[in-house]
Design a protein around this ligand. Structure first.
Ligand code: SF4
Ligand code: SF4
Length: 74
């Protein structure tokens, strides 16, 4: 199973929750911390479960998510 991780740009996030619903691995959840605009920012609640599929990033309407995948044979 490939492994991945993501970085969420907190100030771009609008707390819509679409990434949370899109993640097949149930990695994401609301953090409970608000950004400067007052939105509850998503975060990785189960980071070890991330497979780097990028569904979250493709779903985010605010392009707040960057996905990194672990290289094979690295
Ligand atoms: S890259 Fe895939 S597994 Fe990882 S948080 Fe995003 S949707 Fe979930
Ligand atoms: S889809 Fe984007 S804007 Fe919506 S909660 Fe996730 S990171 Fe934030």
């Amino acid at each position: 199973m490939p492994r991945g991780t993501i970085v969420i740009d907190a100030e771009r996030c609008k707390g819509c929750g679409l990434c949370i619903a899109a993640c097949p691995q149930r990695v994401l959840a609301f953090s409970g911390s608000l950004n400067a605009s007052g939105y509850d920012v998503a975060r990785m609640e189960n980071p070890e479960a991330c497979v780097g599929c990028a569904f979250c990033a493709l779903t985010c309407p605010d392009v707040a998510i960057t996905v990194y995948r672990e290289k094979k044979n690295a």
